[in-house]
Design a binder for this molecule. Structure first.
Ligand SMILES: C[S@@+](CC[C@H](N)C(=O)[O-])C[C@H]1O[C@@H](n2cnc3c(N)ncnc32)[C@H](O)[C@@H]1O
Length: 246
């Protein structure tokens, strides 16, 4: 980000109304809801009533609040999000993703919809740091940009970020975590429709609202998720990584 840091977006002048607005997007906009449902379906397999779960950064706990767990922990840098998730019974902690936390380990650590906002080197540091929070056989799940999705010199015009340059390869992620005793279980292509350019184009054509309405009236989430998994990998903007501490 050029003028404002990623942390500041969620901390400076941030309030409960903006938390609600952030959360609502995943339940009222089809492109975000598809992604949300897919994340829920994938992560659900790794959580049961014995799981000690950490959602970091927790945001509104939009995925983890629907999971079974023995204990739910939500860490974040934003006071507002922390206050928001307390009402779902979360144990909370105001910490930075780069901070070393020594006194607690988890069976499941999830980091969604966040890493891509950091510089490549910081993404690696964050996932290394998160891996230290796992118990033996603990599972870590995170998503980040799919480098193959971005054609050369694809730029975010507003912030001038070269996403291809700034994205990690799957090999870089797997190699880094394997040196820390983590085994890659799955890499899942993810997020095909919440694509800035596609959504901008749909808005220009003024058909977004019609598609959105049809999607929610006919509850098309799971059906679309079933169909889109057959697209070639390079069309997915992100990948979900699942690692186990062995
Ligand atoms: C896009 S939201 C994602 C929230 C949630 N994980 C989700 O999937 O909806 C980004 C989150 O990262 C948090 N955040 C940003 N920078 C952070 C940092 N350095 N350390 C901890 N949390 C941070 C924000 O407060 C916000 O909750």
């Amino acid at each position: 980000m050029t003028n404002i840091s990623y942390e500041e977006i969620w901390t400076k002048n941030f309030n409960n109304g903006l938390c609600i607005e952030y959360d609502k997007k995943f339940f009222s906009r089809f492109e975000k809801n598809i992604k949300h449902l897919e994340q829920l379906k994938i992560i659900n397999k790794y959580s049961d009533d014995k799981t000690v779960l950490l959602d970091f950064p927790v945001g509104t706990a939009r995925v983890s609040r629907y999971l079974k767990a023995k204990e739910k922990h939500g860490y974040d840098i934003s006071d507002e999000f922390i206050a928001f998730v307390k009402k779902f019974g979360y144990h909370t902690n105001k910490v930075n993703l780069t901070e070393r936390i020594k006194n607690k380990k988890f069976n499941l650590v999830i980091t969604l919809h966040t890493l891509f906002a950091f510089k490549k080197q910081n993404q690696l540091e964050i996932i290394k740091n998160l891996s230290t929070l796992l118990k033996k056989n603990g599972i870590m799940i995170f998503d980040t940009y799919n480098k193959d999705y971005f054609y050369n010199d694809y730029k975010d015009k507003k912030n001038e970020i070269d996403f291809k340059e700034n994205s990690l390869t799957t090999a870089e992620i797997i190699d880094t975590l394997s040196t820390l005793g983590l085994k890659n279980r799955y890499v899942i292509p993810h997020d095909i429709l919440d694509n800035k350019y596609l959504i901008d184009w749909l808005h220009k054509k003024k058909i977004y609202n019609i598609i959105n309405r049809i999607y929610f009236i006919f509850k098309l989430g799971n059906m679309i998720n079933f169909l889109i998994k057959y697209f070639p990998q390079k069309y997915y903007m992100k990948k979900i990584y699942i690692f186990e501490k062995v």
